[in-house]
Design a binder for this molecule. Sequence first.
Ligand SMILES: Nc1nc2c(c(=O)[nH]1)N[C@H]1C(S)=C(S)[C@@H](COP(=O)(O)O)O[C@H]1N2
Ligand SMILES: [Mo]
Length: 363
Amino acid sequence: MKTLPTPATQPGAATDVPITPEELQLASRNHAMPLEMLTAARTPAGMHYLLTHFDVPLIDAGAWRLRIGGAVRRPLEFSLAQLQAREQRTLAVTLECAGNGRSLIKPRPVSQPWIYGGVGTADWTGTPLAPLLAEAGVDPEAVDVVFTGADRGVQGGEEQSYARSLKVSEATSPDVLLAYAMNGAPLPPQHGFPVRLVVPGWYGMASVKWLTGIEASTFPYTGFQQMSSYRYNRSETDPGEPVTRIKVRALMVPPGIPDFMTRNRLVDAGPVLLRGRAWSGRAPIQQVKVAVDGVWSEAQLDPPDGEYAWRGWTFRWQAEPGGHQLRCQAMDALGQVQPLEPEWNYLGMGNNAVQTVPVTVRP
Ligand SMILES: Nc1nc2c(c(=O)[nH]1)N[C@H]1C(S)=C(S)[C@@H](COP(=O)(O)O)O[C@H]1N2
Ligand SMILES: [Mo]
C-alpha cells in the first residue's frame, strides 16, 4: 500500500504536499495585498495585507488604557484621548510580513503561506513613543522594552499574549509611533484599534497591534514571539538569528489582464509600461532592474517618498508576441541585492527572492 505524506501542521515543519486546510484557513483570515494595488502609493486600509496570529480583539476605546511600567521610575497610564492630545506625527511606512514569500520556498515551511502580497504602505498617525518613555524614566539598567497586545492564543504549545520587544535604543528612536490612525481614519479593528505600535523599517512582527502594555526590562526578553519565532534558523532547536529589518525587495504590477484560475497574464503586443515599487528597511533604494527573458536593464525610479515608504519605478517594454518571463530586482544604498532564488530557512522568514511574472503576448 502506498502511504501518503502526513500534512504537517506545525509552523516550520517543511513539506512538499499541496497547501493544507490549516494553511488555507490562515491564508483566508490573513489576506494579501492584491498586487495590482502596487499602482497606489498608499494602500487603502481594506487592501493592506493582514497578519493576526490569534483572534481580532474588539476593544472599547473608552475603557482602553495603555500602561507603561516595569523598570521605570514613574509608571504611567494613558487613555486614547490623552495620547491623541500629545505631539502628533504622520509617517508613510511600508510594512511587510517577515513570512512574505514563504510558500515559494522549497520544501515549503508550513505557516501563513504568503506568495508575494504580504506588504502594504499606509500613512500612520500617532504620537512618538520616545517622549513617553522619557517621562516614565526608563531605568539606565534596562535593556529591552516589551510591547504586549490584547490578543491571546496558543502557539508552539505555549499560551501567550502576542508580545514583542525592542532594545531600549531601538524603542527610543524618534520614528517609533504609537499609532491611532491609518490613512487618516481611526485604525480598523483588524489593524490594531485603538492603538498599535509602528516600527518603521522593521518587518511587521515588531509593530504590535491592540497595544495594552509597555514594560521596560533589565534582562533580555525571552517571550515566544521573540526567541522561538521570527528567527532565521536551520531547525526547531537552532536559535539562529533574530528577524529585524526588512530586506530589499521590488515587486511589479502584473501587466495586462489575468486568467481567472491561473492568474497568468495576457498582454497586447507593443509598448507596455511596466511599473512597481521597491523598498528596504535598511537603506534607501538605489536601483531597480527588470529582466525580460533573462536580459536585465535598468528601470527608472520615481522620486523617493520619505524615509520609510516604498519607491515607485517604471520600465518601458516593447512586448513581442509569444511567451515571456518578466522579473524585477532591487538594490539598496548598502549594495544589498535580492537573490534570484529563495534561500531556505526553517520558518520561511525573509524570502526576498525576485518576483517572476510569466506573460503571454498576443499579436
Ligand atoms: N497584537 C498583535 N500584533 C501583531 C500581530 C499579532 O498577531 N498580534 N501580528 C504581527 C505581524 S506578524 C505583522 S506582519 C503585523 C501585520 O500588521 P497588519 O495586520 O496591520 O498588516 O502585525 C504584527 N503585530
Ligand atoms: Mo508577520
